[in-house]
Structure formats: C-alpha cells, structure tokens
Design a protein around this ligand. Structure first.
Ligand code: ATP
Ligand code: MG
Length: 183
C-alpha cells in the first residue's frame, strides 16, 4: 500500500482553501483536487507492506508526543513546475513551526531504516495539477491570483495516510493518528 505521513486540516482552513480553489478554477483551468483531499504532506513513504505498520506507528507516536499543538493558517497561492503545466498550491503561515517536527520525523525514519522521499520539506496544500497559469503570470516567479481568506486553526495530531482508490476515486485514508502534546 502507498503511504505518507501528513497533517489533516482544521475544518475552517479546509473550507477557506475550498473557497479559494473554486475561484481559481474559473481563473486558471486545471485538474482541481476535491477539498476532502486537502492536506499537508510531511513525509512521503511510498509502497509499503503491512509488516511496516507497527514500526511506522511507533515513529508517529514518538515524534508526536513532544510536539506542541501547531497553529497554521492559509497564506498566498504558489506553484511548482512550469507555469503552463503547474501544480497549484496554497502556502501556510506558521510553516516554520513544522521544521522541528520535520527534523524529528526524518531522524526517526532514518534511524528505523524506513525509506522516504528526501526532498526538503516545502509545506503546502496542493489544490490542482496540470494548471495553465499563463494568463495569470505577473512575472517569472509570480502569479496573480487572489489570496485565500487567512483562515487557520489548531493542528493537534500527525496522521499516517493510505493513498488509494475507492471506486476509482483517489482517497487518502487516515489509518493511524498520533496526538500532539496537550498544554
Ligand atoms: P496521483 O499520484 O494518483 O495522481 P497524488 O499524487 O495525490 O495522486 P500520491 O502520489 O499517493 O497521490 O501522493 C500522496 C501525497 O504525497 C501527495 O501530497 C503528494 O504530493 C505527495 N507525494 C507523492 N509523491 C511524492 C514524492 N516522491 N515526494 C514527496 N511527496 C510526494
Ligand atoms: Mg502522486
């Protein structure tokens, strides 16, 4: 099964991201993601067997137990790759608070001999793929799309997701959750 570790979004943040996505859909055509799938990836694990689950759950628990509850909110839109065939995402305010968790997670995965994608963390919420931003291009790096409402909230756990298809539809099923430390 295909696995990744990530953060589920608070309801208000998901809703505001959905509002932005509905607007962008009209301004920049592409393959937009359902709001149900919005998340922040922390570590991409890839194909794994059932036998890896106990060790992965242990890692989530260990990394989450010292982590204070995170407070994140939506920030400006951005893109990866080429403007005419882009991955459109929303950045998040408070992303610097994710780096200690990222460091602990990578160290724990490495120590346990669990492979993961080693690209540096770039916290983001993917809204769409194959987006044509040419009509929205302000300069080489900048695109002109309105900012989302700066909705945010508390993120109080780390989630192990199973990326799968349910009746043809892509789904990220939470299969394990580890709560952060309560104040
Ligand atoms: P699909 O691949 O079916 O088009 P998807 O990319 O949303 O859909 P996955 O490939 O399972 O689904 O990815 C799950 C999450 O992990 C997404 O947030 C995706 O951006 C991220 N991800 C996928 N591959 C990698 C990778 N090699 N490195 C880092 N993150 C990745
Ligand atoms: Mg993919």
């Amino acid at each position: 099964m295909r696995l990744f570790i990530g953060l589920e979004l608070p309801a208000q943040m998901r809703l505001a991201a959905q509002e932005a996505s509905l607007l962008y859909r009209r301004l920049a055509p592409g393959r937009y993601v359902e709001a149900e799938l919005f998340h922040i990836t922390m570590a991409f694990l890839g194909e794994r067997g059932e036998e890896d689950l106990p060790a992965l759950q242990e890692i989530l628990l260990r990394c989450a137990e010292k982590q204070p509850v995170l407070s994140l909110s939506l920030s400006h839109p951005g893109y990866f790759s080429k403007p005419e065939n882009a991955i459109l995402f929303l950045s998040v305010h408070g992303e610097e608070s994710l780096y200690p968790l990222d460091n602990r997670l990578r160290a724990a995965l490495r120590q346990a001999g669990q492979s993961f994608d080693i690209k540096p963390l770039r916290p983001h919420i993917t809204l769409a793929r194959k987006v044509n931003l040419r009509a929205r291009q302000a300069s080489a790096e900048e695109i002109s799309l309105p900012d989302p409402r700066p909705a945010g909230g508390a993120i109080a756990r780390l989630t192990l997701f199973h990326s799968t298809r349910v009746q043809e539809n892509l789904r990220y099923l939470p299969i394990f959750r580890a709560d952060f430390a309560r104040p």
